[in-house]
Design a protein around this ligand. Structure first.
Ligand code: FES
Ligand code: FES
Length: 192
């Protein structure tokens, strides 16, 4: 991790003698925009990335299902590729990193489209209450980045860290297969 920057506050507090306070600065890119937070003033040093995203930036797509790394609902992508559990990452560990949340995905993202197409009510749906969906979508994106042509067994293994309390696992696996197919078609078109 790159070292955090030292910054001095821009203004003193009126009526109080100036003290040499300086803050370390967290710089993080979220969904394409850079944000800066003074550690100790804007955020606590032990704040999680999940808390920063939800409470400081209002990105409430990710959910805090367990807050202890057991459900996958808080998954985001770091540096474009790897899916990480944002409840298990300190905000300061995201210094100078690029974070992608569900809000940063376009509507025509192949994974988003695949989940939407697999959402008709009834058996085989990929989403019922939708609480787990952002976490699954981001996990699937990270997985397909690494394995663009997975088997059903590989998909089940890759998604085994995410919990869906509505039990939509079969539909989610089908949506993942569909997303992989869409991405294959897109790659073929782009390379033609
Ligand atoms: S909220 Fe992060 S894994 Fe459950
Ligand atoms: S759709 Fe309800 S928890 Fe997964």
């Amino acid at each position: 991790m790159k070292p955090l920057l030292q910054v001095a506050p821009k203004r003193g507090v009126p009526g109080i003698a100036k003290k040499a306070i300086s803050y370390r600065l967290l710089r993080v890119n979220v969904n394409g925009a850079w944000h800066e937070f003074a550690i100790g003033r804007d955020i606590a040093p032990n704040m999680t990335l999940a808390f920063l995203l939800r409470e400081k930036l209002g990105l409430v797509g990710l959910k805090l299902g367990c807050d202890q790394g057991a459900c996958g609902a808080c998954t985001v992508l770091m540096d474009g590729k790897a899916a990480v559990l944002s409840c298990m990452v300190l905000a300061v560990q995201a210094h100078e990193r690029h974070i992608l949340t569900i809000e940063g995905l376009p509507e025509d993202d192949p994974v988003v489209e695949s989940f939407a197409e697999q959402s008709a009510p009834g058996y085989g749906t990929a989403l019922q209450c939708g609480i787990c969906t952002p976490g699954f979508v981001m996990t699937v994106k990270g997985f397909l980045n690494e394995n663009p042509d997975p088997t059903l067994a590989e998909i089940k293994e890759a998604l085994s860290g995410n919990i869906c309390r509505c039990g939509c696992y079969a539909g989610i696996a089908q949506a993942t297969l569909r997303a992989a197919e869409k991405m294959r078609i897109k790659r073929t078109r782009e390379s033609a």
